[in-house]
Every structure is written in C-alpha cells, then in structure tokens.
Design a protein around this ligand. Sequence first.
Ligand SMILES: Nc1nc2c(ncn2[C@@H]2O[C@H](COP(=O)(O)OP(=O)(O)O)[C@@H](O)[C@H]2O)c(=O)[nH]1
Ligand SMILES: [Mg+2]
Length: 573
Amino acid sequence: MFGNDYFTTRKRLTDVVVRVLALAEKTGAKKKPLEENDITKGLKNPFLFVVCGEVNAGKSSLLNGLFGENICKTNVLPETDRVQWYRYAEQDIDEEVTPILEERFRPVDFLMDFNLVDTPGTNSVVQGHQAITDRFLPVSDLIFWVFPASNPWGASTWDFISKQSGDMIEKSIFILQQADLREQGDLDVILGHMRDLCRKRIGRTLPIYPVSGKLAIQAKSESPFSDSLWRESGYPNLEKYISDVVTSSSARREVLGEVRDAAGKVLTSVEDMIERRTRLLDENEGFLNDLEKEIDANREKQSAGVSSKFVAMKEVFAQQGASSRELMRAKMGVWSTLKSLFVADDLPQLVVKDLVESVQEAVERQSKQDAEVLIRECADHWDTVKPRVKQKLEIALDDFDELNEVFTDSKKRFIRRMGLAAKQAVVNLKVRGGLDMRMSDRRAKLKVWIYMCLMLLLCAGVAGSLRLGLYPYPALACVAGGGLAMIIFVVQTYRTRKAVITSFVDHLLDSQSRFTDALGSDYRDGVRDLYIEYARLLESVRRHIVDAKIELQPNLEQWNNLFLELKEIEQEL
Ligand SMILES: Nc1nc2c(ncn2[C@@H]2O[C@H](COP(=O)(O)OP(=O)(O)O)[C@@H](O)[C@H]2O)c(=O)[nH]1
Ligand SMILES: [Mg+2]
C-alpha cells in the first residue's frame, strides 16, 4: 500500500490519542483540545484521489491497476454517466446521491484510507458532471489527468485543466494511459509534445507517467505476480510517486501535527492533575501525620506523672498497714505464739496474701477509673479529629460512641495489666522475706524462755521426787525459776510482737514509693496500648491515602510512556 510510513505514524498517533483520552478521563484532566472540532476525525479522513480525462481514456483501468481490484468497471462504451465516489463500507452499497453522483461503498480495505472519484469523462455528453468534479478537486490529495496514448490531444481535457487554479495544478499529475499501444520511440515523442503543450496551457510542466493499466491488471492477476509485466506497465514509478505524495502531504502532516499538539496539551493537563493529586495526597499524608503526632503527644501527657495518679496507693498502704497490724496482733498473742513454736506458722503468708489482694484490687479499681478517663480523653480528641478529616479529606468518620466497643477489650487489658503489675510489685517489695526472718528471730528468742521454763519445771519434778537434800527447797526454787521464765516469755511475746509489727508496717510505708515507681513502666505501656488502639481508628484514613497513591502509580507510568511515544511521533513528523 502507498505511504506506509505515513499510515504507521498515523496509526501510532491514533493509538496514543485513544490512550491519552482514556488517561485524561481517569485522572479527571481536560480533554478539550483533543475533542474540540473533532480534531481526531481529521486523522481518519481518507486520502482522496480524483481521476479526470476523456471517455475511454482508461481512467477506470488506471485505478483498477493501482488498487489491484476490479472495483471500477471498465468499458469501451462509457460505463456510466455519473461521477462515482468509491468509499469503504462493510458491504456493497450503491447509492445515487444525485442523478450525476453515485456513492459506491465497497468492503475493500484500502478504501478505508483512500477514497476514489472516478469521473465519466471530460467530453461526457452529460451536462453538470464537471460541476460535481469541481466539487471534489479542491478537497482531493491527488488529481490524475488521464490521456489515452492513442490520442492525447483531446481538447476537452486540456481545456478543463487550463481552467484549474494553481492549487489544483499543484496536486495534479499526467498519466499517459494505454502506453502498451505505442512503441517506446513514439511514446518519447508524445511525452515531449505533451510537456510543450502543458507549458503552453498552464505555464509549467507536470510529472507525466506513461503506464498501461491493462498490463498492470494482468501482472496482478497472474499467479504468481508477474514482475516483468508489472515493470513493463510503468506502474512502479507511478506508485513511488503516489507513495511520496501520501507520505509527504503537508496538509496531512499538519493534521497529524495538530493532533499531536492537542494530545501533548491534554497530556500536560494530565500531568498537572497527577501532580496536583500527588501534592494533595502528600498534604493529606502530612495532615494525617500531624493527627498522629497529636495522639502521640496526648499519650505522652497521659503517661507522665504516674506516681501522682497513684496517690490513692498511700491510703491503700496505710489501710493495709492497719489491717495487717490487727491481723498480726491477733495471731501473735501468747497462745498463738506458743503454738507457733511447735507447729509451722502461716502468719507471714496470710499477711502477704491479704496485702497482695487488697493492693491488687485497689490498683485495679484505680486503673479502671484511669482507663475511663483516658478513653474519654480520646473521645474528646476524636470529636476534634472528625470535622477536620471531613473538611480536609471528605471522609466521614464514625462517631466515637460507635467505636467505643473497640476499647472494651483494651480497657480490660489495661486493668488486668495493672493488677498483675501491682501483684508483682508487691512481691518485689520482699515483705514476705523480711517478715519471715523477723518472725523466726522472734521465735528463736522466745524459745529460749520456754525451754528454760520447761527445764526448770523438769528439775523441780526430779528434785521433788528424789527428795534431794534440803528438800523441798531445791524443788521450790526450780518451780519459782520456771515461773519466772514463763513470765519473761509472756512479756517478751508482747514486746517482740510490737517490734515485729512496727518494723513490718514501717517497711510497708517506706516501700510505698518504690511500689508506685515500679508500676510506672507498666502504666506507660498500658497507656500506649490504649492509644495504639485509638490511633488505629485512623487506619481507614491512612489506607484511603495509600490506596489513592497506589492508584496514581500506573497513571504516572502511563503518562511517561505516552509522553515518550508522543516525542517519538514528533520526531517522525
Ligand atoms: N490496450 C489497452 N487498453 C486499455 C488500457 N486501459 C484501458 N483500456 C481499454 O480502454 C477502454 C476504456 O477503458 P476504461 O478504463 O473504461 O476507460 P474510462 O472510460 O476512462 O474509464 C476499455 O475497453 C479498456 O479495455 C490499456 O492500458 N491498454
Ligand atoms: Mg470509466
């Protein structure tokens, strides 16, 4: 086919235009310059070739030879009086537009790119067809003036041509048809005369191609294609000329250039849109980061000053000191103490268990309150976040109350964490160890008096039963000694009880600040946990932004490709 370069570029440009429009649609960019005035339709406009000449000059045969299909009927008698306009359609349709113009639609592929106008003849008897021909000439890309080699001097064609304007002449060529009817020598003479006449009639010479439509049709119809006949027909030179016209047609190039420029403009607006969108997304991301920073700052604020939050612990410890004191007083009386000298004593364990339980309970109670306060803080903050997100990102966030459920678990976790931390902190205070030690010290001391008492009573028994010298005095003395030891035991029991209780309670009160300090890191972790849960509420917003960014990526790649392709097309043009 003629002008492959042109058609390849045009096809590429058409593809690019379709993709640029799709990308513009996707990015919301302006498509206007490409859609305006149906500029892209200009791309599809087929080339128009018009054939003029006398009846029987061989015009139809010329076209059949060129396009290799027997579309234009040929005849020794004028085939028709009408101007025939050959165009593409999916099936054969002949349509009489006026009594002298007929549209012939044919399912022949090359007609998509080339329309042909076959005229009946400059010397046709039918009036008015020249007016029709005149209508086509100005919009044509190439005009073939066909002369029969048998007699190229027919006045009607030469008259018609000399009436044409410079623009028409510019796109005209002469065809000396039926060249096979003449010897080469004759042809050379005829061509010389034609050039002279041409100069005379229109003031310049035009390219002249001596061809034989008959041989060209034969060459194409032979199987395999006959190269020698083809060369003999003179068509190769003519085809080359037509190809050059198609490829170098400045009007066509101009259309391609306009479409390319329009596509470039749309692409620029796509770039603007992508850039604007990227900037907006970056801004939104910054906005979201700021929100997250606010949340972080709130978290920091809430994590600080743990000790002040646990001032209530002071009371718990004081209370616990008092209740332990009661318990110890009750369990460290004379009888209990006496029993504890012989049977294992569980008092420290009881005291510590009681302590752990009440401290844990108190911390959990306090933590519950704290968690509620923290969640309320988050809710208040959320109330400020919602309208800002709505305004900036046009995303409607749920009410905090609807999200409150999210915090049920984290609240429980917070309380539990603090309870366990409290338990561990009490264990770390080592109250049990200290108490155990003091109790066993006490027992050791008290044991001495009890043993002494028992020994003396035993001695009294032995001395009494053996009636030793000075009877009964030694026995009585031993009894008295035993009694004294017993009295000392009782006194010591109370004295050491007081000492143990006092030191235990003092130790407890002293440890209180160490205790609250120990809770600090767990409290901070718990607060962080809650706030992580809170910040997670913004995840949908984050996802929204990330999705939009991901969506933007292929657009950017497409933009790049289209930009490069347009650059290449520009170079081809
Ligand atoms: N020998 C010869 N005859 C031709 C050639 N081209 C056309 N003819 C004959 O000339 C007559 C008119 O041809 P046609 O193409 O219909 O001419 P039109 O009236 O100008 O369209 C037909 O009988 C053709 O067979 C050719 O190249 N060589
Ligand atoms: Mg014809």
